[in-house]
Write a protein that binds this ligand. Sequence first.
Ligand code: FAD
Length: 286
Amino acid sequence: MKLTDIFNSDKVCISCEVFPPKQGTELQNSLGIVKRITEARPSYISVTYGAGGSTVGYSAALAKEVQSYGLPALAHLTCVQADEAKITRVLGEMKNNGIQNILALRGDIPSGAQGTGGCFAHASDLMRFIKKQGDFCVGGAAYPEGHPESGSMARDIDNTKYKVEAGVDFLVTQMFFDNTILYNYMFRLLSAGINVPVVPGIMPVTNANQINRICQLSGTKLPPQFRAMVEKFADKPVALQQAGIAYATGQIIDLVANGFNHVHIYTMNRPEIIGGIMRNLSEIVK
Ligand code: FAD
């Protein structure tokens, strides 16, 4: 099933992600995580791709496993250190495994490197190539607070437009903790003529150190009420998880109330997080 079919429906849908293990010895554990996440019945599960394609085999195994439970997989694919031959091979394997949905990304440039080190400079180049290789439904990343390398929000929007011109079918956003940031961003996207479906990405916080580190890297701002919550429960992981799920649930309900039917959850391989959110939304996601 193509994700655009899900995005075109009026039903409220929640998706989530899994990330692959770094070593084959952990694959069995990851497959178990996929099974537990599918029990929450998200609308699809995305499978991330390790930096520089380091996890390609494990990502493929997880995507195949997701689909074995009757849920569509969204396979992430990056073009750092990738040439056309490698991408063609990976796409061929995806086709053989029935994967129809790909989130096409540049990936992070390794520190000290100049550019991607492959033949695709930007995600939009990869998207154009994938579109020529088969009938894939292709998504891309979007940054409500701007990508750290963009320089300005105006340039970020211009660069996002390249993704639409390359044929992207939908966009999934970087996490944000203040919905007004997303609403302002949507206004900018629509003003620039970008009207493909945008899936807001929400990260339920469960670990104070982790969230501070991620936000420093991505430039995501922490609103005062969120910061107060993280500080209050920093040393009480179970309480922080409960508060994080409640905060994320509040964000999702506000998004749904303002017309977003689909929200993506960054679950960090924690089935209990997507389970908690789905329980909180049981009458909303039906
Ligand atoms: P691009 O679209 O190429 O953008 C990168 C930078 O170049 C931006 O600053 C952009 O403004 C600029 N740019 C784009 N096009 C042009 C152009 N034509 N000319 C000049 N400048 C341009 N990383 C992983 O390694 N694995 C994953 O699985 C993964 N999943 C992700 C999922 C989501 C939803 C998000 C938001 C990010 C994910 N990332 C992942 C991180 C992502 O790879 C990084 O944010 C990366 O730095 C940029 O990727 P991109 O696809 O947005 O690249």
